[in-house]
Design a protein around this ligand. Structure first.
Ligand code: NDP
Length: 320
């Protein structure tokens, strides 16, 4: 496993990490979560991604329970949470990045996860109804109070990230260090084009999500929706059209040839491909079973076999 600096910060994160969206609290209980996290940790993973909103707070509780079972040295792992949507009703408790919400949300998250501090905190989306100054000052204060070590954004546009960074710089505040955007073979624009100048100007780090496009790139949807898969879950019907898209699944079938050429599974190829982008600090993988974690972690080694010719073949298949 390679360790990359998180952008311009001194923090090093494993090139593959493990997240808990959809899985923890819905498909995976505390015992299985601990098993999956242990397998990832043994493979060299040091970053575990979470968010307040995942399973309405249950995902943080489960990850916290897993940390207690695993008894790892707190210095050996990095854990995140994200804030914006909120998990209780109220005008100042939902869809906001205002000071009142953020300060309360971080405390509640620490309570659920049972830790003294989070390593990374993210503004899970942008909030046009709160002045950016208010959000930036509050994120700075949370970091200054040691409840978190670094802060960043998730799915903010380049202009918003630039504005936040400039406010922090102007007032000598802790700056946003990282962004968490979607990045996979079918979703490339933001990471490869929109953020380009941010890497140069601010050394923006990236913790990217959905390397398998929610499982599409594993090849499991080429013949329809398998039982137990994400697309079959109640509440995730909105993913079905994209996961069963015939054009995309045709491309997935063609990618199989490249996977075979490097002796990899489709999932391993898709995850390894994300690590090849030098601006990606860590690829957050997701898994509903221990077997998937074990398969996916091998992508770190498989990435060393993916050369420029394979990358060109992939671009041709994807039509990009
Ligand atoms: P992926 O796109 O990699 O999808 C993971 C899902 O694909 C698994 O839960 C599983 O679903 C299936 N899968 C994984 N490995 C395999 C395999 N080897 N073979 C077959 N199927 C497999 O990642 P996620 O969408 O889960 O995102 C990863 C993480 O990123 C999240 O946990 C979260 O931490 C973060 N994230 C952040 C977001 C943000 O807004 N900041 C948004 C979304 C995610 P199944 O078995 O159920 O079909």
């Amino acid at each position: 496993m390679k360790y990359n600096r998180l952008g311009r910060s001194g923090l090093k994160v494993s090139e593959l990490s493990l997240g808990s969206w959809v899985t923890f609290g819905t498909q995976v209980d505390a015992a299985s979560a601990a098993e999956s996290m242990a397998a990832a940790y043994e493979a060299g993973v040091n970053f575990f991604d979470n968010a307040e909103a995942y399973a309405g707070g249950e995902s943080e509780r489960i990850m916290g329970e897993a940390f207690r079972r695993l008894e790892w040295d707190r210095d050996s792992f990095v854990v995140s949470s994200k804030f914006f949507w909120g998990i209780k009703p109220g005008v100042n408790s939902e869809n906001t990045l205002n000071r009142k919400y953020l300060l309360s949300a971080v405390d509640a998250s620490l309570d659920r996860i049972g830790l003294d501090y989070l390593d990374l905190i993210f503004c899970h989306r942008s909030d046009p109804e709160t002045p950016l100054e208010e959000t930036v000052f509050t994120m700075h204060e949370i970091v200054a109070s040691h409840k978190a070590l670094y802060w960043g954004t998730s799915e903010w546009n380049a202009e918003e990230i630039r504005a936040a960074y400039e406010i922090a710089e102007r007032h000598h505040l802790h700056k946003p260090v990282m962004e968490q955007p979607q990045y996979n073979m079918f979703w490339r624009g933001r990471v490869e084009n929109e953020y380009k100048r941010l890497y140069e100007d601010y050394g923006l780090g990236l913790t990217t999500w959905s390397p398998l496009a929610s499982g599409l790139l594993s090849g499991k949807y080429v013949d329809g929706i398998p039982e137990g898969s994400r697309a079959s879950l109640q509440g995730y019907e909105w993913l079905r059209a994209s996961l069963t898209d015939p054009e995309k699944n045709k491309k997935v079938k063609e990618l199989q040839k490249v996977a075979e050429a490097i002796d990899a599974t489709l999932s391993q190829l898709a995850i390894a491909w994300c690590t090849k982008n030098p601006n990606v600090s860590t690829v957050i993988t997701g898994a509903s079973s221990l077997q998937q974690v074990q398969e996916n972690m091998k992508a770190a080694e498989i990435a060393t076999r993916l050369d420029a010719t394979h990358m060109e073949q992939i671009d041709q298949i994807l039509g990009s």
